[in-house]
Design a protein around this ligand. Structure first.
Ligand code: CTP
Ligand code: MG
Length: 384
């Protein structure tokens, strides 16, 4: 029997501007999945009873989709981290709450458990690491003071508190802005208690921070390969959808869905690499739910399925054969779409197109054929 219900707030409502991606850094790929996914998985442990994630309005849909399979609740964040935490605290139902930056996916279970223990022992628990560099104060480029390295720390998250205390502190803080929660607690409740953090528990801030890899489980066997093929015949119409891109043409595919052979071949390759059944099993042609379906949406579902089975896409290589239309103007757009949906850097997505020299059904202009090969890597085991 656990003595306290423990909640976690994961702050994800920032813009991630310093990282310089075209979207919130937390949705950028890290080891084959959105960075935030790794953070959420770390908190998906029996010791945490409830996870509340803050999100801006721009990311609400995407963050909600990540949270759904893990059962996390999403709440609207605010203009500042302080405001985001304040909003999330309103939803907390545990007696203890750990507040954590979504941007720290390298947090360990040990840190999380130590933080909970510290709250029970000392009333708060703030992860922090000692400095290794010499630290000074300076004004106008000149050193004015040398700080004592023994008593100077870099503060991390998670930071744990009794919920009533930290809620009370945030209430008293009114509209003041703080950089972390220990500052709010320290100002209104009591000096916050430091516990040993972890040098690896860095906050993803700049693009280069994303070069770090989440360790995969060596004993699970990495490097799974998958292959898929799809063909569709032309019928009447005025556009084709290939690789998620609409291409004006004097014909259309005869298909139950939008007939996107590139995405269909890719989905089959992904499923086969993960040892799952083929697309016909998950999206049956006789099921009206998929009539005219946007294949991009189906691909998103395949990616979730892979994630649930603890696989992440590593590389994608697609070849499409079409006598007409000319596809080269659309290739870059296709690569961007596939990279975005599959959470793979665009450099790891190859799409090539060619004709078949007027031979066979492709050469006769009767339809289009696509082949896809992928490699997957095993991530952490899926939590039940
Ligand atoms: N955060 C939040 N609400 C805000 C601002 C930030 O929940 N209004 C979250 C971020 O999503 C991040 C954490 O607080 O997980 C730490 O903030 P930071 O690293 O500064 O992230 P961003 O503010 O997103 O990045 P930047 O400052 O580079 O724009
Ligand atoms: Mg910020």
């Amino acid at each position: 029997m656990k003595d306290f219900k423990v909640s976690a707030i994961i702050c994800a409502a920032g813009k991630g501007e310093r990282a310089g991606f075209s979207k919130n850094k937390l949705l950028a790929p890290l080891s084959g999945a959105p960075a935030l996914w790794h953070t959420l998985k770390k908190f998906n442990i029996p010791e945490i009873d409830e996870v509340i994630v803050t999100s801006s309005v721009y990311d609400f849909e995407e963050i909600s989709a990540l949270c759904k399979p893990l059962g996390c609740k999403v709440v609207s964040g605010g203009e500042t981290r302080t405001q985001s935490v304040k909003n999330a605290l309103e939803e907390v139902s545990g007696e203890i709450v750990l507040i954590h930056d979504g941007a720290r996916p390298f947090v360990t279970k040990e840190l999380i458990l130590n933080c909970i223990d510290a709250v029970k022992k000392y009333g708060s628990g703030i992860c922090a690491v000692k400095l290794t560099d010499t630290v000074v104060s300076a004004a106008y480029g000149e050193i004015t003071e040398r700080l004592d390295r023994e008593s100077t720390f870099r503060v991390q998250t998670p930071q744990g508190f009794y919920t009533d205390d930290i809620k009370h502190a945030y209430k008293l803080a009114a509209n003041k802005i703080y950089t972390d929660d220990s500052a709010v607690y320290g100002e209104f409740i009591a000096p916050a208690r430091l516990i040993e953090g972890d040098e690896q528990n860095v906050k993803l801030t700049f693009k280069q921070d994303f070069m770090r890899d989440i360790p995969t489980l060596k004993d699970c066997g990495n490097g799974r390969v998958g292959f898929g093929v799809d063909v569709h015949a032309f019928g009447e119409g005025n556009k084709l959808v290939l690789g998620g891109v609409e291409i004006p043409f004097d014909k259309a595919f005869i298909a139950h869905s939008d007939g996107d052979v590139i995405i269909h071949a890719l989905m089959d390759a992904l499923l086969s690499a993960a040892g799952l059944k083929d697309i016909g099993h998950y999206f049956p042609v006789n099921d009206d739910a998929y009539a005219g379906a946007d294949s991009k949406e189906l691909l998103k579902r395949v990616i979730v399925l892979l994630r649930e089975n603890a696989y992440a896409t590593e590389n994608i290589s697609v070849t499409v054969q079409a006598e007409k239309p000319r596809l080269s103007p659309y290739i870059d757009k296709m690569k961007n779409i596939l990279s975005e949906i599959c959470n793979v850097p665009v450099e790891n997505v190859a799409v090539s197109a060619g004709t078949t020299e007027k031979l066979g059904f492709v050469g006769e202009g009767l339809g289009v054929c696509a082949y896809a090969a992928v490699t997957l890597k095993k991530t952490n085991k899926a939590d039940k």
